[in-house]
Design a protein around this ligand. Structure first.
Ligand SMILES: CC(C)(COP(=O)(O)OP(=O)(O)OC[C@H]1O[C@@H](n2cnc3c(N)ncnc32)[C@H](O)[C@@H]1OP(=O)(O)O)[C@@H](O)C(=O)NCCC(=O)NCCS
Length: 189
């Protein structure tokens, strides 16, 4: 009987062992925002909404003027997706960094979605789409999801349309034409 003892047994699959590991995950996880995320979210909004501000020539839009204290107040109120009036804030995190965010607030049976942002260097990878899907999931009692964007923000409109949102109307607010979009719950994206 051969003595195999503690000697290493040669791997009969050298080719397989030499193959590179499967592609790493993007390492980006979605989570409910915490108090300590407020600073990063406000900075991310400030960075991301510059293009919108430039497009409309208005740098006083709410996402650019919100303070960390205001956002901390929203986070402290702690929406759970079922309580009327409280806001759920979701972030996409890579390690310590908040790279994308979105909010949803239940208003009766309507979930109002807003402040969707993705860091410029991580765009066009489906992050905003993931966050939209997640904020919808977090509001299981909502019959309908509503959001708005500037009527000239064609990229945003295309993204929302792809996710099942449809235009419901337009209105001029502070000289900017806004487009309102909605999606009934359960609409396939
Ligand atoms: C709007 C915004 C949040 C989109 O973020 P994003 O993470 O790039 O969005 P997504 O990746 O989900 O989708 C964007 C596009 O990338 C495409 N995409 C998604 N995954 C992709 C992938 N793996 N490879 C290539 N393209 C991809 C999507 O199909 C979509 O294409 P389309 O524009 O032709 O429809 C981001 O551009 C932003 O922060 N803008 C400034 C703030 C703003 O205007 N927010 C909205 C206010 S209403």
């Amino acid at each position: 009987m051969p003595d195999t003892g503690s000697r290493p047994v040669p791997d009969p699959r050298p080719a397989a062992a030499a193959l590179p590991a499967s592609p790493p995950e993007d390492g980006i996880a979605l989570a409910t925002a915490r108090d300590e995320d407020a600073d990063q979210i406000v900075k991310l909004q400030y960075l991301c909404y510059q293009s919108e501000a430039e497009l409309y020539g208005d740098y006083s839009i709410a996402p650019l003027t919100e303070t960390v204290a205001e956002l901390r107040g929203i986070l402290a109120a702690g929406g759970d997706g079922r309580s009327d009036g409280a806001t759920v804030v979701l972030v996409a995190r890579r390690g310590w960094e908040v790279v994308a965010a979105v909010r949803g607030r239940l208003d009766g049976d309507i979930c109002r979605v807003g402040r969707l942002v993705t860091h410029p260097r991580l765009r066009r990878r489906g992050l905003a789409s993931r966050l939209l899907a997640e904020i919808e999931l977090r509001h299981p009692t909502a019959a309908r999801f509503e959001l708005f964007t500037g009527a000239r923000s064609v990229d945003n409109i295309r993204l929302y349309t792809r996710r099942g949102y449809r235009e419901t109307g337009r209105a001029v607010d502070g000289g900017i034409e806004m487009m309102f979009l909605a999606k009934p719950a359960g609409t396939p994206a």
